[in-house]
Design a protein around this ligand. Structure first.
Ligand SMILES: Nc1ncnc2c1ncn2[C@@H]1O[C@H](COP(=O)(O)OP(=O)(O)OP(=O)(O)O)[C@@H](O)[C@H]1O
Ligand SMILES: Cc1ncc(CO)c(N)n1
Ligand SMILES: [Mg+2]
Length: 539
């Protein structure tokens, strides 16, 4: 997979274009030195997206959608307005272009002063505007450029001069990290080919890729009615069909602008492209789902609520930090019965596991009372936070939300990972137990961060748990696009042999009884950690 989650974007940019993600925050010194009042302050990064787009007086699309989407996902959004539209839920009644020299001025104001991470473009209604933007981007490089080639509104109104087509393709696309046409725009860009099927969308993505962007996303929101909304992602090698539920609603005005600015926000936070696109698509789907019964305006296509999460506790504002796969290395899973047997509180057990070198902790408290569990979970959150070790909760999304844990781990019969993602937002870690390649694929599609695969060996912790053995583990790992942690009957005797399998995406082992069904949790953890480290060194 060329764009596994959490890796920096790898394909080098052509020399003339913008800098790559792997480069430092700014590739050129800021043209203006920072005033000294900030010199002593600790830099607090705030992911920054600049949208270069048109205003929608109805507030559902364009600049207004971009600002709301970025705000919802935790990015700062500055804006350069290219045109002012008189628009509502019935259509576009008028377009007033901002003079080109004034667009240059706005670009210069923002880019010369602020550290913009990602530029997202929407309505670029004239050849001159595209040209000015390209010049500005060459002068002020940013980490990524997201181009939403807005040409026609869903109401059918033209939003760009047809003469911009060639210059979009020849100049802007070559600088773009991703281009996100809908099916009508893809058709226009390719001289009017018709797109009726997902296979046509794939062909279109491959043809648009040849214009020079690193990635192409052909959006299928306007494809004929089906139960799914399918977008096609292409990285030059592989096509990925991103399938979501099609929400039955008329409130889809601005989905395209929202998707592109959400991608930009996630990229600004440091995501890989594929991950950013998946988060963005999930975000649009969730926003549409929460807004399906809203009514604003009398026309056929209404706006939706980007800030729906403000209405759902706990005011989740998107990912602040990305999941580090290496944290799966020594994954400690607590068990209340074992703790009781040895007279350990959950807090003491977690503390000892962390001191012994556990790299992530999951609280799996199957028979605890909710209130008591929440109190213990809160204490564990503090313990884990102070050691920089993520804390996940098994199954209980309510407890995870209430204690602000780092994430949740679910099994196949628990609430789905997709629903958990919707509830927790994009910034939390989600793991899913998987025994088959199909389950691993589903976890990926649902937006999980990792999978747990097992039982590798026979285990007494979990009843009726079939054993996969090394062969089963390898099959699932090979099929999984997500990092994997092996689980089930792993202990100091066999953990080394699991790591020695040398499977690239097998990142570690998860252990229950070998750590917690013991008197000395810290010593057991320390021993297991050194076994794992030695095994890793020998691969
Ligand atoms: N009814 C829906 N349910 C779920 N997802 C949808 C729906 N409609 C569109 N989407 C998703 O929204 C995103 C934007 O796609 P779409 O094809 O609507 O873009 P667009 O036509 O450029 O949007 P705009 O209406 O802003 O012009 C895509 O990820 C698409 O799959
Ligand atoms: C200003 C503006 N930009 C983009 C779109 C596409 O949705 C729109 N309708 N209006
Ligand atoms: Mg649409």
């Amino acid at each position: 997979m060329s764009s596994a989650p959490l890796q920096p974007i790898l394909r080098p940019h052509p020399p003339s274009s913008i800098s790559s993600f792997s480069s430092p925050r700014r590739t050129q010194p800021s043209p203006r030195a920072r005033p000294c009042r900030l010199a002593a302050a600790r830099e607090m990064p705030w992911p920054h997206v600049l949208t270069v787009a048109g205003s929608d007086s109805g507030g559902g699309a364009g600049i207004q959608a971009d600002v709301k989407a970025c705000a919802a996902l935790g990015a700062y959004c500055s804006s350069v307005i290219t045109a002012v539209t008189a628009q509502n839920t019935a259509g576009v009644q008028g377009v007033h272009l901002v003079p080109e020299e004034f667009i240059r001025k706005q670009l210069n104001s923002v880019l010369s002063d602020m550290s913009v991470d990602v530029v997202k473009t929407g309505m670029l209604p004239s050849v001159g505007i595209v040209r000015i933007l390209c010049e500005s981007l060459r002068k002020f490089p940013v980490k990524a450029l997201v181009v939403d080639p807005v040409m026609v509104s869903t109401s059918g109104d033209s939003l760009s001069d047809p003469s911009t087509l060639a210059n979009y393709r020849d100049e802007l696309f070559a600088m773009a990290d991703i281009v996100t046409p809908n099916v009508k725009e893809a058709s226009k860009l390719l001289g009017g080919v018709s797109l009726h099927t997902v296979s046509d969308m794939r062909d279109a993505a491959a043809s648009i890729y040849k214009f020079g962007p690193r990635y192409v996303l052909v959006k299928g929101g306007d494809m004929p009615d089906s139960s799914e909304a399918i977008d096609v992602f292409y990285d030059g090698k592989e096509f990925i069909e991103l399938r979501g539920h099609r929400i039955k609603t008329c409130n889809t005005h601005g989905t395209g602008c929202t998707l592109a600015s959400s991608i930009a926000a996630e990229l600004a936070k440091g995501s890989t492209m594929l991950h950013a696109v998946r988060v963005a698509k999930n975000f649009v789907e969730s926003a549409l789902d929460h807004s399906k019964d809203l009514t604003i305006g009398n026309g056929p296509q209404g706006p939706f609520d980007h800030l729906f999460r403000l209405k759902c506790p706990p005011y989740n504002i998107g990912s602040q930090q990305r999941f580090n796969q290496d944290s799966l290395f020594l994954y400690a899973v607590t068990d209340s019965r074992m703790n009781k047997r040895w007279g350990h509180s959950i807090e003491d057990a977690v503390k000892a596991a962390i001191e012994g070198g556990a790299t992530i902790v999951q609280l799996r408290e199957k028979d605890a009372e909710s209130r008591e569990f929440l109190e213990a979970a809160k204490a564990c959150v503090e313990i884990c936070k102070s050691s920089g070790v993520p804390l996940l909760i098994n199954d209980r999304v309510d407890i995870a939300l209430a204690c602000n844990a780092d994430g949740v781990h679910v099994g196949q019969s628990d609430i789905s990972a997709r629903k958990v993602r919707e509830l927790l937002g994009p910034g939390k870690i989600i793991g899913v137990s998987c025994k088959t390649p199909a389950q691993a694929e589903q976890a990926w599609n649902d937006g999980a961060d990792y999978i747990g695969c097992g039982g590798v060996f026979p285990t007494t912790t979990k009843a009726n748990n079939p054993t996969l053995g090394f062969e089963g583990l390898k099959t699932v790992c090979l099929a999984s696009k997500l990092p994997v942690v092996a689980i089930g009957g792993i202990n100091a005797t066999n953990a080394g042999s699991v790591m020695e399998l040398g499977i690239p995406n097998l990142k570690g082992v998860a252990v229950v009884s070998a750590l917690f069904d013991r008197e000395h949790v810290m010593a057991e953890t320390r021993n297991l950690r050194s076994i794992l480290t030695n095994a890793l060194c020998s691969v």
